[in-house]
Design a protein around this ligand. Structure first.
Ligand code: FUB
Length: 314
C-alpha cells in the first residue's frame, strides 16, 4: 500500500512538472495589440506585418493609425522593429490603417494597404515601397491605386479593403481585395498599376480578408466567411479560377468578430497566422492579437481544419 501511494505521488509530481513546462506562446505579439497579420517569407526569416490596434478599452470601433513589423527565424521568438509606415505617409489618405500585405519583387518590397481616402469617399488601397523588408517605406504612387469609385459591384463605401498580392510562376502579379465582393485584377510589372479589367469572384458567404497562396500545384483562396467571421477557402488549379469552395478552415475566434488569416510555408512547415481577441489583458474585437498555429494538408490537397491553441508554436 505504502508503495502504491509513493508511486501515485511520483506520478502526480511528474504530471505537475509537465504542465509547468508547457509555454503559452499565443498570442505571439504581446507588447501591443495587433490585427490583420500578413506574413512574408524572405531569405531565412518570416516578416510579420500587422495593423496596430490602438482603441482604448471602452472604444467600440477600430482606431488604427500605423502598421508594424516583426521578424522571426523560428516562428517562436519575434523581434520588434521601428514603425515603418503610418497613414500620414500617404498624403491623400485621412485615416484607418486597415489590412495590408507586403510582397517582394526584384529586391524591392511593396506594401499594399487599406486606408480611408481623404477626398474620394470610401476606403482605398495604396502602395508603399522600400528597399528593405523592415522599411522605412514611402508612398510609391502619391495617389491611391484603387478607389471606391473604381468598383461598382456593391454600393458600400468600404468594399475596397484588404489587399492580398500574389506573383505567379510566370511573373504575372495579381491583386485580390474586397469586402462583400471579392475583386481581383492583374498588376503591371512595376507593381503600382492595374493591368486591364477588375474581375469579381463569387464565393459563398464572402465577407473580406482574401489571402492567396500556393501549395504544391494548388492555388488557395482563403477568406473571412460570414460575420462574426470564420475562415473558409476555395481551391483552383489556376489563379484565374474556377475556384471550388472547400468549406471552413478555421472556426469563430469567439473573442473577436474578425479572424483575418495569413498562410505560409516556412522551413518545411505550413503555418496559419491569424488574430483573435486574446486578453493581454483587455483584448476584444478592436484590441486584437496575432497568433500562430501549424497548418496541415490532406493528401488530396485540401487543408485540415485549424486547431487554434494557447500553446502556439513550441
Ligand atoms: O482591421 C480592420 C479590418 O478588420 C480589416 O481590414 C478587416 O480584414 C478586419 O480584420
Amino acid at each position: 500500500m505504502k508503495n502504491l501511494f509513493a508511486s501515485l505521488f511520483i506520478l502526480l509530481l511528474s504530471i505537475e512538472g509537465t504542465a509547468q513546462s508547457v509555454k503559452f506562446n499565443n498570442p505571439i505579439i504581446k507588447d501591443q495589440y495587433t490585427g490583420d497579420p500578413a506574413a512574408l517569407v524572405y531569405k531565412d526569416k518570416v516578416y510579420l506585418y500587422a495593423g496596430h490596434d490602438e482603441a482604448p478599452n471602452d472604444f467600440n470601433f477600430y482606431k488604427m493609425n500605423e502598421w508594424v513589423v516583426y521578424s522571426s527565424s523560428d516562428m517562436k521568438k519575434w523581434e520588434s522593429h521601428p514603425v515603418p509606415l503610418k497613414v500620414t505617409d500617404f498624403k491623400w489618405a485621412k485615416s484607418d490603417a486597415w489590412a495590408s500585405q507586403v510582397i517582394e519583387r526584384n529586391g524591392k518590397f511593396y506594401w499594399f494597404v487599406t486606408v480611408e481616402h481623404g477626398t474620394i469617399p470610401g476606403k482605398a488601397i495604396g502602395v508603399a515601397v522600400s528597399d528593405s523588408p523592415i522599411g522605412p517605406f514611402k508612398d510609391a504612387l502619391g495617389k491611391a491605386l484603387i478607389t471606391n469609385d473604381m468598383t461598382k459591384y456593391t454600393d458600400i463605401s468600404w468594399d475596397d479593403i484588404d489587399p492580398t498580392v500574389y506573383i505567379d510562376t510566370d511573373g504575372q502579379a495579381y491583386l485580390f481585395w474586397g469586402n462583400t465582393a471579392c475583386h481581383y485584377a492583374k498588376l503591371k510589372e512595376n507593381m503600382t498599376e492595374i493591368d486591364g479589367e477588375i474581375h469579381h469572384i463569387d464565393l459563398p458567404h464572402y465577407t473580406e480578408a482574401p489571402w492567396i497562396h500556393k501549395h504544391k500545384d494548388w492555388y488557395y483562396l482563403s477568406y473571412a466567411y460570414e460575420f462574426p467571421e470564420k475562415i473558409a477557402y476555395a481551391m483552383s488549379k489556376s489563379i484565374n479560377g474556377p475556384w471550388e469552395f472547400k468549406g471552413i478552415l478555421n472556426e469563430l475566434a469567439g473573442n473577436s468578430n474578425t479572424n483575418h488569416q495569413s498562410i505560409i510555408d516556412f522551413k518545411g512547415q505550413s503555418y496559419f497566422i491569424y488574430h483573435n481577441g486574446a486578453s493581454i489583458p483587455h483584448g476584444g474585437s478592436f484590441r486584437r492579437s496575432v497568433c500562430v498555429d501549424k497548418l496541415f494538408y490532406n493528401k488530396d490537397g485540401t487543408m485540415k481544419r485549424v486547431v487554434m491553441t494557447s500553446e502556439g508554436i513550441q
